[in-house]
Structures are given as structure tokens and as C-alpha cells.
Ligand binder design. Structure first.
Ligand code: MG
Length: 290
């Protein structure tokens, strides 16, 4: 098997990892985590979300977080935006990369973002248009790509169609989300392999959620399928509020260690990212068990 020499990480801890925490985490602590991740060598960090505080109160300090992280040259600090309104807020403070989210399951999309798939695609197209005029890059999540708790398996052709539509509208990367930890290594090989063959310009990432360690086998299977971009959260924090049973994200420090043992470069310092994982866990009141 030919493995790549180098892979890229997309760290989602400060946003995806912390967004469901029921107790507000002081901005200072979020900023500290982001600074630690930067120092550990993370080059792409999703730091917050411009979502209405009524829906995600934990992210109500999005602007303050951006004001205080002291962005390091060469590091991309991105923000999740649920809609055009979120894009406006992100543009106002000069965010350089925004991340959109939609599901490949009609029911999950309706529940999560209150739109049909068609409506979401249309809005993301508009987001891409406006972002491009400001020189802002757009990354796009496709949730439930490996199965939906309501609809079961989503046909891979449907996931591919969405990925191609997102690419067409300008998203530079699509991330395939295993929103509720339903993937297995066969799906984690076959689905990304199929998408990689269809998507030509955009890069394809995988975003696995923890499921008793199976997430590591899933990440490895996707690596073997040709994926070179991996989403993870320091400490394995996170989950999805609208998906029952969703646990945390793949722990970045464990993936970094796995790749390091395989001789694959990540650009991230193992000892430092472990410290980030430990620190991230101290911020969480949710159970980190899978
Ligand atoms: Mg996640």
C-alpha cells in the first residue's frame, strides 16, 4: 500500500468540540486553547461559529474570540457560518475562511438547518459568490455522509452529487461528516473513494466521530482510499445537538500519533498536541467516554 508522505489536519476543537458545552466557557479559555493549537503546529483551525446565540449560546463570543487570538501568519482561522447572515458577521470582522454545513439526508438537513437540500445548495452558492468578491475561502461540510439516524444509509451517488454541486459553486474543500458515528471501515474506504473520483477541483476531507475506537479504523481506511485531509478535535470533544447518540470528534492527538508512527508527516508536534487535548478536556463538562 502506498501511503502519502504528508497529510493535512483541520482542527475543529474550539468550535465543533466546544459548541455543545452547556456551561459557558470563558472567552479567555477558548483563546488559550486556540493559541496552544497554533503553537502545536495546527495550520487550520475552526475557531468559532457565527450562529445566532439563541441556537448556540456557547459561541456568542465569536467576535471577541477572533479579536483576541492574535492570528499567526500562515495559519488559517476559520468560522462556521450557518447562513448568509453568518457570512455577513464573519465578513464584518475580516474572517478569511468560512465553513458551511448541510446534510446529505433531507430529514437531517431539515432538522439541523431548517432547509431542504436544494435550498441549502442555493444558499451556499450565494455564500460562495459573496465570499469570492471578498477573497474569502469557503469550506463545506456534508453531514450524515456515512449514514443518517433517521434515513439510514444515504446513497453514495447522492452524497457525490452534493459534493459536486458544492465544488461547482466554489467551495475549495468538502468534508464528509460521519455525524453520528455510523461509519465502518468498509464505508470509510468506499464512500471517500467514490467521491474522490467525482470531485476534481475541490479537495475532500473526512470528519469522523468517536465510536469506541472504530473512528481510528475509519480514518485509516479513508487514508487508504486516498484521503489526505482529516478533521479532528483536540481531546476528542464534541458531538451534534440534533443527532441523538452523537459523541465526540476523532481526537486529533491520537490521529497525529497514529500518523507519526506510520512515518506520515502532519506538521503537528505530538507532545504539544497531547497537552492541547488535556487542556481541552478540562474545559468540557460533557463525558468524553465513547
Ligand atoms: Mg464533528
Amino acid at each position: 500500500m502506498n501511503y502519502p508522505k504528508k497529510i493535512s489536519f483541520f482542527e475543529v476543537g474550539p468550535r465543533d468540540g466546544l459548541q455543545n458545552e452547556p456551561v459557558f466557557i470563558p472567552t479567555d479559555k477558548k483563546v488559550e486553547l486556540i493559541k496552544m493549537l497554533t503553537q502545536a503546529g495546527c495550520e487550520r483551525i475552526e475557531v468559532t461559529s457565527f450562529v445566532h446565540p439563541k441556537w448556540v449560546p456557547q459561541m456568542k463570543d465569536a467576535k471577541e474570540v477572533f479579536d483576541r487570538i492574535g492570528q499567526k501568519e500562515g495559519v488559517t482561522y476559520s468560522a462556521l457560518i450557518p447562513n448568509l447572515k453568518g457570512l455577513e458577521r464573519a465578513l464584518d470582522i475580516g474572517v478569511k475562511e468560512v465553513v458551511t454545513i448541510m446534510s446529505s439526508s433531507e430529514s437531517h438537513n431539515q432538522k439541523n438547518v431548517n432547509r431542504t437540500i436544494k435550498e441549502s445548495l442555493r444558499e451556499i452558492e450565494e455564500i460562495n459568490k459573496i465570499a469570492a468578491t471578498h477573497g474569502v475561502k469557503v469550506r463545506s461540510y456534508i453531514a450524515t455522509a456515512f449514514g443518517c439516524p433517521m434515513e439510514g444509509d444515504i446513497p453514495v451517488e447522492k452524497v457525490a452529487e452534493i459534493a459536486m454541486a458544492l465544488e461547482e459553486s466554489g467551495s475549495y474543500e468538502v468534508s464528509l461528516g460521519d455525524t453520528t458515528g455510523m461509519a465502518d471501515p468498509i464505508k470509510a474506504y468506499n464512500i471517500p473513494k467514490y467521491i474522490l473520483a467525482k470531485v476534481k477541483k475541490a479537495s475532500v476531507a473526512v470528519h469522523y466521530h468517536r465510536c469506541r475506537g472504530i473512528e481510528l479504523a475509519n480514518n485509516l481506511a479513508s487514508l487508504q482510499a486516498g484521503i489526505t485531509v482529516f478533521d479532528g478535535a483536540a481531546g476528542g470533544l464534541g458531538g451534534c445537538p440534533y443527532a441523538p447518540g452523537a459523541t465526540g470528534n476523532t481526537a486529533t492527538e491520537v490521529l497525529v500519533e497514529m500518523f507519526a508512527r506510520m512515518g506520515i508527516e502532519t506538521g503537528i508536534d505530538l507532545a504539544a498536541i497531547r497537552k492541547c487535548g488535556e487542556y481541552a478536556k478540562t474545559l468540557s463538562t460533557l463525558s468524553c467516554e465513547t
